[in-house]
Ligand binder design. Structure first.
Ligand SMILES: NC(=O)c1ccc[n+]([C@@H]2O[C@H](COP(=O)([O-])OP(=O)(O)OC[C@H]3O[C@@H](n4cnc5c(N)ncnc54)[C@H](OP(=O)(O)O)[C@@H]3O)[C@@H](O)[C@H]2O)c1
Length: 234
């Protein structure tokens, strides 16, 4: 894979010790404050993140970008825990939400990053569902099902999980956004129009009454794909 190109990054971001191979592919800095909830999505130019009923809709949305998978892997490698909505789990029940599963060519470097960050081999995975009948053979006892996202994040923090990655989908993202829990958003914009499908945020009404704004914390480019990093105002 060709490296991403750094177009903009503000000074003063926390910087984790990436191995040279990872730093070469992801120029600039990557790091998080001690307690942080960050989300990662890929969307089309017209803001669509999922095409209900279409197999492998995420890859279609991402236009099969390897760089998107690489960034996903890097973000997973920094996480103590990953939270997902039940529909996202059911859309890909074999998903294990590990860094190496997203980008196997850098498995060794990603595992090394987790060691440097003193993280366990794999993140915990919390599935949000009010139905509690979720099962995933792939995740076994690392899978936790919770029915309230605010409580789930508090419980993770009590257990020492400091950096929590929200991998969607848009309904779960809407509820964590509305709860004021999101610190950062990593958003890949793929060079496609969808014309249909689910937008990045579902199920909550924000504007005009609720203003949630963000500042740019990074812009990278890989071919025609843009990789945006936003820090949300708290
Ligand atoms: N493009 C991307 O980057 C990306 C990322 C992730 C997912 N996706 C796609 O998005 C689609 C799924 O999105 P979605 O919006 O339909 O579903 P979702 O957000 O994955 O899951 C929604 C479900 O999660 C549970 N849930 C959400 N918020 C909750 C809360 N605050 N408390 C308790 N439970 C909560 C509920 O489960 P119950 O109904 O079980 O109660 C809800 O019905 C899939 O196609 C997936 O592939 C795309």
């Amino acid at each position: 894979m060709e490296p991403l190109e750094l177009l903009y990054e503000p000074a003063g971001l926390p910087a984790f010790p990436l191995a040279q191979e990872l730093a070469a592919l992801y120029p600039g800095t990557l790091g998080f404050p001690a307690d942080c909830v960050y989300a990662n999505f890929v969307e089309t130019i017209d803001g669509v993140v999922a095409l209900p009923g279409i197999p492998r809709s995420n890859r279609v949305i991402a236009d099969a970008s390897d760089a998107d998978l690489f960034v996903m892997a890097l973000l997973r490698a920094c996480a103590d825990a990953v939270i997902v909505g039940s529909h996202t789990l059911l859309a890909s029940p074999k998903n294990v939400w590990t860094a190496e599963a997203a980008f196997p060519p850098a498995a060794a470097e990603l595992a090394e990053l987790r060691r440097r960050l003193e993280l366990p081999e794999r993140p915990d995975v919390v599935v949000l569902s009010r139905r509690r009948e979720i099962e995933s053979a792939a995740l076994g006892d690392r899978l936790h099902v919770r029915s309230d996202v605010v409580d789930a994040v508090a419980e993770l923090r009590d257990r020492g999980c400091r950096r929590i990655l929200c991998e969607g989908g848009p309904t779960l993202f809407g509820s964590v956004l509305e709860a004021g829990l999101v610190d950062e958003l990593f958003l890949t914009v793929s060079p496609l129009f969808a014309g249909r499908g689910l937008p990045l945020v579902e199920g909550v009404e924000l504007l005009p009454d609720r203003r949630i704004a963000a500042s740019l914390a990074g812009v990278r480019r890989h071919g025609e794909h843009l990789f945006l990093r936003y820090a949300l105002e708290r």
